[in-house]
Design a protein around this ligand. Sequence first.
Ligand code: CMC
Length: 392
Amino acid sequence: TGLITLDPGYKNTGATKSAITFLDGEQGVLRYRGYRIEDLSKKATFLEVSYLLIYGELPNQAEYDKFTREITLHTLVHEDIKKILAGFPSNAHPMGVLSSLICSLSAFYPDSLNPNQSEEEVNLSIVRLMAKMPTFAAWAMKNKVGHPVNYPDNTLDYCSNLLKMMFALPAEKYEVDPIVATALDKLLILHADHEQNCSTSTVRMVGSSQASIYASISAGINALWGPLHGGANQSVIEMLEAIKADGGDAKKYLDKAKDKNDSFRLMGFGHRVYKNFDPRAKIIKQAADEVLGRLGVSDPVLDIAKELEHAALNDQYFIDRKLYPNVDFYSGIIYRALGIPTDMFTVMFALGRLPGWIAQWKEMREQKEPIGRPRQIYVGAGERDYVFINKR
Ligand code: CMC
């Protein structure tokens, strides 16, 4: 064991070289392929950013049109997927449904099991993932609410199509609100990549065994689900609602979070890498105010969030540990204002993170990285002899 360095949670271990995302946790800097997140979230579309992450450069008009057209052409999913969906209980969490449906693509497209797929075949898998994930996400939500699923509308842009599949009802005319579609597009950009986080490392790890791209992405969705990762956006709103129901005393929950005998943590606070501020949270906080204002929504939970943030930022415990609001602290408030149910928040995160996972999977493959296989320091029993059951 002499040569093995122990690093639980890989706090200090670089697992790969990567040219995709730059993150400076001390300065609060985030760039995709060199482009500032502040710039991209203001000026680009989600599909442009997806292309940038996956293929390394911003697309020119012809490349963008081709990418968009191909994704639009693949939005429909095999009709048998509805049978899989029907097998889930109606209370199934949409994240579990989503990861299962994504994994099922390996059955519908068994060519993806071949690790020596050509670049063209890999690109087709990438397009399928980008195209079908919104359909699956919307269907996972419909399963939960008990409504019939909607088929994709290929006359619409990426986010408008997603919203229509999520919210349109057969008996009613549905018009996508452009404010909602634009806000969603911005949120997806902010979530699109974040270097070697838990879910991305999972995608690379599973992919390193040469499992199919669909199985690798499905694994990433499962890793994202947990409350310490993408699941935090759902937990934040649940926490804020609990504070509201409990009389709105933010200070009480701050004390709970500081109490080492209490497992409660302030959800949406703290980050493994950001020790200054999370630049995404800054953008999202401003967007929350804007979106709520433009939609004319007033949400008492936003006031509690601001109060809690203010109290935490001025509290010695949080100052000492450099704990700041992260991307998940305010995103749920926007999702709520857009009418998205709480248990769909992490699904929205997954939709945003998809191009990042794909880009990282592709880079891992192109760099011909070895199988991921960490070591350990064994601390168990020494050698001993087997004892028959009647002698124990
Ligand atoms: N509330 C109260 N105390 C906290 C919190 C929090 N949210 N986060 C960290 N701490 C304390 C922690 O108890 C520890 O204190 P001490 O040094 O006294 O033992 C110290 O701060 C360092 O924390 P850590 O757990 O060693 O840090 P980590 O890098 O292992 O964990 C984290 C990072 C994000 C999992 C953690 O901050 C956390 O649990 N936050 C709440 C969940 C959350 O918001 N997750 C979303 C992360 S951002 C988006 C994403 O990844 O999806």
